[in-house]
Design a protein around this ligand. Structure first.
Ligand code: BTN
Length: 308
């Protein structure tokens, strides 16, 4: 542990004011050095309040600092501001971070959506990317995307009572308004999944508008602000359990029970093509099966789906 991490851990454990003297004794450094570390932590946004008696780490139900995440704290990498947690997660993954490492940001300056769109990422939203290393064939990774959406929708339904539904492949809608988007990236090694980075943007207390007129936030739906940390913790718990006992049949069954795409006329846009038809089913890899105008059927593995 670095001196800063040690200071945070001691303040976190104490839950109360800790004197500069006690910190300097426990770290074996001078009080001036303690003060310098505290000053730098405060400058990076850590809510430590100095007083004549010492230092106090204030708690906030909505904060996303790693030490607030209990069992997950060693896996959580917090960024006050970052271009995109997709880049942070990729850098961590390439340095061989452990399974279920998470990059989470207070805000993103270049948040990315699917098909090279931007993802508005102002303060108040939940923006994170989780790195997973599932032991599954590459063809099954489409199902992992569906699974991430199921687990997030499920917890939004049970924790917050919102009628979260799924639009293929992994958008979460309430009515016809988008509450959450998921973007995933994959790197393979020797025909196996090296890592899959699942980036999730959930509109919580932010007010997405400019880039996303059809978006909605949890705060707007519920009429009150919602703490984000409980959502992220519950997602990590559920998704971790899901991946450790991954069952494709259950994923498809659960996705079907929450989806609002099947039975509708849709237009699917990929980076290279566009196809239109009626969504009739999902295949065993999570691809969407379309019935085209001439009656033939075609599976689409990836793309953006527009309901008509
Ligand atoms: C979409 O619906 O187009 C996908 C949106 C994904 C947004 C999230 S926010 C966290 C992560 N970082 C990004 O830059 N994008 C994803």
């Amino acid at each position: 542990m670095t001196p800063k991490q040690k200071i945070l851990s001691l303040l976190n454990q104490a839950g109360d004011v800790v004197s500069g003297e006690a910190l300097s004794a426990q770290l074996g450094i001078s009080r001036v050095s303690v003060w310098k570390h505290i000053k730098s932590l405060v400058a990076s946004g850590v809510p430590i309040v100095p007083s004549p008696k010492g230092y106090h780490l204030t708690r906030d139900a909505d904060s996303l600092f790693p030490w607030e995440f209990g069992e997950w704290q060693d896996r959580v990498h917090y960024f006050r501001e970052t271009p995109s947690t997709m880049d942070d997660a990729m850098a961590l993954a390439r340095k061989r971070c452990p399974d279920f490492t998470v990059a989470v940001a207070q805000r993103q300056t270049h948040g990315r959506g699917r098909l090279k769109r931007t993802w508005e990422s102002a303060d108040g939203g939940l923006y994170f990317t989780v790195v997973i290393r599932p032991e599954i064939p590459i063809v099954m990774t489409g199902l992992v995307n569906l699974a991430a959406a199921i687990d997030m929708a499920d917890l939004l339904r049970t924790q917050h009572g919102v009628d979260a539904r799924l639009k293929w492949p992994n958008d979460i809608l309430v009515g016809d308004r988008k509450l959450c988007g998921i973007l995933s990236q994959l790197e393979a090694e020797g025909g196996r999944v090296a890592h899959m980075n699942i980036g999730i943007g959930l509109n919580v207390n932010n007010a997405p508008q400019t880039d996303a007129p059809n978006a909605v936030s949890l705060k707007a739906l519920l009429g009150r602000p919602v703490p984000r940390r409980r959502i992220l913790t519950a997602f990590l718990d559920a998704f971790n359990k899901r991946i450790s006992i991954f069952d494709p049949r259950i994923v498809i069954e659960q996705w079907k029970s929450l989806n609002v795409t099947l039975g509708r006329r849709v237009r699917i846009l990929t980076t290279r093509a566009e196809v239109e038809g009626t969504a009739v089913d999902v295949d065993s890899h999570g691809g969407l099966i379309l019935e085209l105008a001439d009656g033939t059927r075609q599976s689409v593995m990836a793309g953006d789906c527009f309901h008509k």
